[in-house]
Design a protein around this ligand. Structure first.
Ligand code: ADP
Length: 586
């Protein structure tokens, strides 16, 4: 019962999306249903007239009926395609909007969602599940309406020649509806399982595609295929079970159909024999009865299908119901004192955990005056990248405060915060598209000259010109067609173009060849000029460029100073530096 109520509300929600096109949708729906319903009813009535005319030898009536039939068909031929077209247009546009809504919502979800949810799951929801919603608009509801209006109309017409005959037949129809409705629940549950399994298959495929290099290096083919096979077989088993249940349902329905028709035939023949019915009437009644039983039979099956489609809708709504990233974060510290505007970035006693209960940032303090370059160094897992993520506002703090140019982060919209920041990530993420588009993300309204200028400054211009289509070269998914150093220089050009006052750099740990390394360094140096920079630094050259080096360990800054000072202090930095030089020597 509870489940049914939930589904009902999903039905209401599905129709909320059609609301702006309510009139077009409803007229299309009614138009399609009436046009489709007219054909069998007209057929039955015409057949009755023709057969009776033939039995009575009235040729004139036969011709008149034939002409009437032709006229009606001509009208239907003109109307039916037009209403179907109008209806389909309304539905397709609504579907396009729904897909955009889902896409737009996924984009606004907090970063934590992406980290906890497999990309395949989101893809499956926007692909498979949204597509299933279309069945509700254009499939089941329209068919229900067609079938029900044909059925009711036929039932009314059946009462007209003989009410007893009609009542008996309709009672049989009710029985078949009851039987059909018994199948609805199990079919819905199995459909939900099938949708979930389809989503998991996409996840497997996503892993294979995204991790293709790892899959090769670690020879994971067999294990990946095995995982996919298990999921795929489960999907097949479930689909076969659903087919089995539908077949059982269809079989039962055929049996009921024959009982109905056979009964009608016998009763009709007896009535004709006693002169209570004409042959034309009996044939017309049997045809109309077919429509009435169709209504009973299909309304049950359609109810089951509708449930299956609503299972898809439920997965879409589950995603839409997730809270998007807020416009700004609430302050964990309540009212706090304003900071020094000359200080570009200030982190006060910040604490943060990802959700596992482990303090990743634990009472961290940092002050970065305008124009200064700070290098974050320290053991892996110490929390350096997390500091950058917190500064971009990807997560709210658990405790403490971040101030940007003297203003609390919690007093500004995330949009404003992010407009002040340029970010060069470790993997220098590129979107599939051209090189020019990838640089342009830094400033959407940039002129081509500005893009070239940024590329030059990032030491990217020369290699871009060497590409087959220059700036119009398509970089491939995640920039797969470019080398690591080239991707980084494009990312630097993008950040240069943004020209934001604060720069965050998460340096790649993997080394580049020395030419690339040099070019990237040059680009970075240019990028940092005049900006306040926090860089998670791995390269000695970046570390040397920094005004202050902060050693981050276990979520706090444990040492702070210049290279010389920190070496002299003989602490963690000196030890790490020792390791590194030793490592390099080897
Ligand atoms: P660093 O950059 O110093 O290597 P990170 O900031 O990447 O360190 O990570 C700090 C700690 O936070 C690590 O223990 C890491 O496992 C954990 N961590 C990083 N990202 C996440 C995440 N998205 N979800 C949960 N834990 C994370």
């Amino acid at each position: 019962m509870k489940m049914t109520r939930r589904r009902d509300s999903e039905l209401v929600r599905v129709f909320r999306y059609i609301k702006p096109r309510r009139t077009a949708y409803l007229s299309g729906l009614i138009g399609c249903s009436l046009a489709d319903a007219s054909v069998p009813i007209v057929m039955a009535l015409v057949l009755r007239l023709v057969l009776d005319a033939i039995t009575e030898g009235d040729m004139k009536a036969v011709v008149t009926t034939g002409l009437l039939f032709a006229a009606i068909i001509a009208v239907l031929m003109a109307i039916t395609p037009a209403v179907h077209y109008g209806f389909a247009k309304t539905v397709k546009r609504t579907m396009a909007e729904l897909r955009e809504t889902v896409y737009g919502h996924i984009e606004k979800l907090p970063v934590a969602y992406y980290e906890n949810t497999h990309s395949g799951d989101s893809i499956s929801r926007i692909n498979n599940d949204v597509a299933v919603v279309e069945n509700v608009y254009a499939g089941e509801i329209r068919i229900v309406l067609t079938v029900v209006s044909t059925g009711l109309y036929s039932a009314a017409l059946m009462f007209w020649p003989d009410w007893r005959f009609a009542s008996a037949m309709i009672a049989l129809g009710c029985l078949s509806t009851y039987i059909n409705s018994r199948y609805a629940g199990p079919i819905r549950r199995i459909s939900e399982e099938i949708q979930r399994s389809a989503a998991r298959q996409l996840e497997r495929l996503g892993d294979l595609v995204a991790g293709t290099q790892m899959v090769r290096v670690y020879q994971m083919f067999d294990r990946m295929v095995q995982k996919f096979r298990e999921e795929n077989r489960l999907w097949a088993r479930l689909s076969i079970r659903r087919t089995f249940m539908s077949s059982m349902l269809n079989g039962t329905n055929y049996l009921l159909l024959w009982i109905n028709n056979g009964g009608a035939f016998i009763v009709g023949a007896i009535m004709i024999f006693y002169g209570e019915m004409t042959l034309g009437t009996l044939i017309a009644l049997i045809l109309l009865l077919e429509e009435v039983t169709n209504m009973f039979r299909h309304s049950g099956a359609l109810w089951a299908n509708l449930q299956a489609s609503l299972a898809g809708a439920a997965r879409v709504f589950e995603l839409l119901d997730r809270e998007p990233e807020p416009r700004r974060y609430p302050s964990p510290a309540g009212e706090g004192a304003a900071g020094d505007p000359a200080c570009a970035i200030e982190i006060r006693d910040a604490s943060f955990e990802y959700g596992g209960g482990e303090r990743v940032i634990d009472g961290l303090n940092l002050k970065v005056p305008r124009g200064q370059v700070v290098a974050l160094v320290g053991p892996s897992g110490g929390g350096k990248s997390t500091v950058l993520k917190l500064l971009i506002g990807l997560y709210p703090l658990l405790r403490g405060e971040i101030l940007i140019e003297g203003r609390r982060l919690t007093d500004m919209d995330l949009e404003e915060l992010r407009s002040k920041i340029a970010y060069v990530s470790q993997d220098a993420y590129l979107f599939d598209g051209t090189i020019e588009e990838n640089i342009r993300y830094g400033k959407p309204d940039a002129t081509f000259e500005e893009i070239v200028e940024a590329a030059r400054a990032a030491h990217a211009h020369d290699f871009i010109l060497e590409q087959p289509d220059g700036y119009d070269t398509v970089v491939g998914e995640r920039g797969g067609r470019l080398s690591g150093g080239q991707k980084q220089r494009i990312a630097i050009a993008r950040a240069l173009l943004k020209n934001a006052p604060i720069l965050l750099v998460d340096e790649a740990t993997s080394a580049l060849d020395s030419d690339s390394e040099h070019a990237v360094q040059q680009g970075l140096r240019r990028l940092m000029k005049g900006k306040t920079t926090i860089a998670v630094a791995h390269r000695p050259s970046t570390i040397r460029q920094a005004d202050v080096i902060c050693v981050v360990d276990k979520g706090r800054i444990v040492e702070q100073g210049t290279h010389g000072e920190l070496l002299a202090a003989g602490g963690l930095y000196a030890r790490l530096h020792g390791d590194r030089t030793e490592h390099h020597a080897v």
